[in-house]
Design a protein around this ligand. Structure first.
Ligand code: NAP
Length: 270
């Protein structure tokens, strides 16, 4: 399908040619679920998806249907966008740790009086053989790394690395999609640029090659980054696990299928 790209200030739009008669569904992207739902909606005859990205990563995966990139300007900005663009329902498919956007989505949908659903995949649960230490924030995570646990493998995203710079006694390997900026002083940090999904064979080879001594992870849930936890369990490695922020109020689906069914029910489209 031919696509048109329009740039309005900092925001970029990419439009296809689906019928504007189908309900326009705004997906707040940032997770694999957002991509999957966009594909399902684009393939269905009932819905017209528009996916929004914050624009945090430099390289983006292509998404089915229309898309836009850039913040809205808080809950009020999102509410205005919903009204101006005749959005019929809002699906928050941001990452489980994107706390601000989840709250903005709920508030904006309430103000604009449209239905809103959060997709929140289940958390990972510790299993027999796991050695997890749960923490509430990055500073606690940095402090919880045992002395001598070098190298520690950081899988927390590039914007969260600064908290670990205080641990001069530890060497770090950090897996990130894009290289962070302003971390010149963090000399005991080595970057591994990679984008998920990650598989067990690659991860276990990596853990063995680098003799990883400790793993720091957010409790993101899902399959795409789970294999590192299997590796840590098998190798008896301590995992510092960041608890999720409080779930947003409002309606929650645990999967893309549930979200699609919710939309069908909202619009009697089954
Ligand atoms: P956040 O703290 O919840 O949101 C910060 C601001 O980014 C929001 O206020 C909003 O700006 C803008 N934003 C976030 N998601 C957006 C979207 N889908 N479309 C347009 N604007 C968006 O989020 P974050 O933790 O910084 O994460 C930023 C993005 O990266 C999110 O989309 C998230 O899904 C994704 N991500 C986050 C993590 C993580 O661990 N936090 C991991 C993987 C992916 P305005 O107020 O101006 O609208």
């Amino acid at each position: 399908m031919a696509r048109t790209i329009v740039k309005l200030g900092a925001v970029e739009y990419c439009f296809g040619a689906k019928s504007p008669m189908s309900p326009r569904i705004l997906i707040l992207g940032g997770s694999s679920e957002g991509f999957k739902l966009a594909r399902m909606l684009e393939d269905s005859e009932h819905f017209n998806p528009l996916t929004s990205f914050a624009g945090v990563t430099k390289t983006r995966r292509p998404v089915a249907g229309d898309s836009r990139i850039g913040g809205f300007g808080g809950a009020q900005g999102l509410c205005d966008f919903i009204i101006i663009n005749d959005i019929a329902a809002l699906i928050d498919a941001t990452h489980p740790f994107a706390k601000v956007m989840k709250a903005n989505a709920r508030n904006a949908a309430q103000m604009a009086q449209i239905p809103c659903l959060h997709i929140l995949r289940p958390e990972w649960e510790a299993q027999r053989g796991d050695n997890w230490h749960k923490v509430k924030n990055m500073d606690e995570a940095a402090a919880a790394i045992p002395q001598g646990a070098s190298p520690t493998f950081l899988t927390v995203g590039r914007t969260e690395l600064a908290s670990f710079a205080a641990r001069r006694d530890i060497s770090f390997l950090a897996r990130v999609i894009d290289a962070p900026e302003n971390l010149e002083d963090f000399t005991n940090l080595e970057l591994v640029l990679a984008r998920g999904p990650f598989d067990y064979e690659t991860d276990i080879a990596f853990f063995r090659q680098h003799e990883i001594a400790c793993l720091v992870s957010k409790n993101s849930g899902g399959e795409a980054a789970k294999s590192k936890l299997v590796c840590a369990r098998e190798l008896g490695i301590r995992v510092i696990m960041l608890n999720r922020p409080e779930p947003p109020g409002g309606e929650i689906a645990q999967s893309v299928t549930e979200a699609f069914e919710w939309l069908e029910a909202q619009f009697h489209a089954a």
